[in-house]
Ligand binder design. Structure first.
Ligand code: ADQ
Length: 494
């Protein structure tokens, strides 16, 4: 069946909306984060179903079932489907399951390990067992709510055992898996106590997708060490891996954004007005912008230190530039994230204490989720997009910043350890996120770059992102997942 005709069933840890209890009953709230930003337009565009955890504590029945807090979930979900054009289906999880599978295995093991931050890992065996139990529970829902004609697209590291459990139940489905975070080099992956079982589970998918060619190489490297019978055929973005009498595909599919939506939103009169207001409020000083989920992989403290270094090294910039850091609250219940928040607030206070004078405060820090049009106005107002994760699967903020820069005169300063660097390196200013002095130097140059050069580089960046947009990403993934032969498969720009 053509990829465009097959019903798409997306499965992820969280649904694109969260169930929140309010005084007058349960409400659906828009979720945040890169996965939702990337996948929501896809399902809106082609319809289908999204299966995931609602984020609420155990409503025992799934979608189409129970009554939560006096409000019928079925009505909430039906309204959503009517508006969004695709169905939602929840996987109910108990508090204990959320604790072991989500906070434990996913966030305290896979997240730090795959971002090369092994010292933050807590390898509790209980986490692993709960991870398997919850993956089994998800697989049961997928088996029940899908049909053999559907394409099952599993998202991210929380659900790496889906194909394994579907097969063990005797359920035949065409399955694809996409890893949104990096896949670590073999020496790091080998630290995982359950490495052999995990990699074997990944080989059960029909297609395993990564953000970059390097991630795919890392995966194949670990596969060779743990399953020596694996034989790789092909050299392009997508390769075939033969494992005895069966085979699967592995490929690089750099995720992207709905470029047109961002660019058009930045051009809307009310957003243009917001952009102008913002610049006026800051008295037309240069704006350096950071936007992230508040996460220790994003390099926010290092970034603030680089602003401090910038202002110390180049005192002429004092009073002429503002750094705005927007941080969306994330995993707030987790101790490490609370500590990070405190550290960032302390650093912001320190830099502002050192440099502020009447009429100028160098660092503006917003700790909240912003409405989409406000975020776009910030992007459009910024002279420099400062994106310096210590490690990142892709980083959509880098792409969103460029898409909103309709004037084409901005500069993207980008971490060399973001997946986005593989695609954007020729026209972004690449920095080492640990090198505070190097970032300060790059910022100084970026702020003094001649207009012509800025425009030349930004137009190339925008063109690259416009061409390789989210719809092309979906199309290339589904083609690789469904095509019988890779011979006609168009090469993906990685
Ligand atoms: P994330 O780690 O969440 O995603 P990223 O790709 O930067 O990281 O996406 C963050 C998203 O949140 C962006 O779309 C941004 O617009 C939005 N956002 C950030 N701050 C916000 C705010 N204050 N208000 C509203 N929205 C805000 C994971 C991986 C990434 C990968 C994506 C997609 O870690 O590497 O790029 O998935 O695959």
């Amino acid at each position: 069946m053509e990829p465009a005709l097959q019903r798409l069933v997306v499965v992820s840890n969280r649904l694109p909306v969260a169930l929140k209890r309010e005084e007058d009953g349960w409400k659906l709230k828009q979720g945040s984060g890169g996965l939702v930003t990337a996948m929501a337009p896809v399902l809106r565009n082609r319809g289908g179903m999204w299966i995931g955890w609602s984020g609420a504590a155990e409503p025992e029945e799934g979608a189409g079932g129970g009554t939560v807090g006096g409000t019928d979930m079925e009505t909430l979900f039906a309204d959503f489907t009517e508006e969004a054009g695709y169905e939602l289906c929840t996987v109910p999880l108990t508090e204990e399951e959320v604790d072991g599978y989500y906070y434990g295995f996913s966030n305290e093991i896979v997240w730090p390990l795959f971002h090369d931050l092994q010292s933050r890992c807590r390898f509790h065996p209980r986490y692993w067992r709960t991870y398997l139990d919850v993956n089994f529970k998800f697989a049961e829902v997928v088996a029940r709510r899908s049909s053999p004609e559907d394409y099952i697209w599993i998202q991210d590291y929380h659900l790496m055992h889906q194909a394994f459990f579907l097969k063990s139940m005797g359920v035949r489905r065409n399955t694809g898996f996409f890893l949104h975070i990096p896949f670590p080099p073999p020496d790091i992956f080998m630290k995982l106590p359950w490495r052999a079982k995990l990699i074997q589970a990944l080989t059960e998918f029909d297609l395993v997708g990564f953000q970059t060619v390097q991630d795919r190489r890392n995966f194949v490297g670990s596969l060779h060490r743990l399953m020596p019978e694996a034989r790789v055929e092909g050299r392009g973005a997508v390769v075939t891996v033969h494992m005895g009498n069966r085979s699967f595909r592995a490929g690089a599919f750099p995720i992207s954004i709905d470029y047109t939506q961002f660019s058009e939103m930045a051009a809307r009169p009310e957003v243009v007005q917001k952009t102008v207001d913002l610049k006026e409020a800051l008295r037309h000083r240069k704006i350096i912008l950071g936007v992230d989920r508040l996460d220790y992989t994003k390099g926010i403290p290092e970034r603030i230190r680089s602003i401090q270094t910038l202002l110390r090294r180049y005192p002429d910039l004092q009073g002429t530039v503002n750094f705005i850091q927007i941080a969306v609250p994330s995993r707030e219940e987790v101790g490490e994230y609370k500590e990070l928040r405190t550290e960032i607030e302390r650093l912001v206070g320190r830099v502002n204490g050192e440099f502020s004078f009447p009429g100028w405060v160098p660092v503006h820090y917003h700790y909240r989720s912003l409405p989409h049009d406000d975020l776009v106005a910030y992007y459009a107002a910024a002279d420099v997009g400062l994106v310096t994760p210590l490690r990142d699967g892709m980083n959509l903020v880098a792409k969103e910043y460029c898409a909103c820069n309709n004037k084409g005169d901005g500069v993207l300063v980008l971490s060399e350890f973001a997946g986005a660097a593989a695609q954007l390196q020729r026209h972004a200013y690449l920095v080492n996120p640990y090198d505070v002095e190097g970032i300060a130097k790059a910022l100084h140059r970026a702020l003094h770059w001649p207009l012509e050069e800025r425009k030349a580089h930004m137009s190339r960046l925008r063109e690259q992102i416009r061409r390789n947009n989210i719809f092309r990403w979906v199309d290339s993934f589904l083609r690789a997942g469904i095509a019988k032969s890779l011979e006609d498969f168009p090469e993906v720009e990685t």
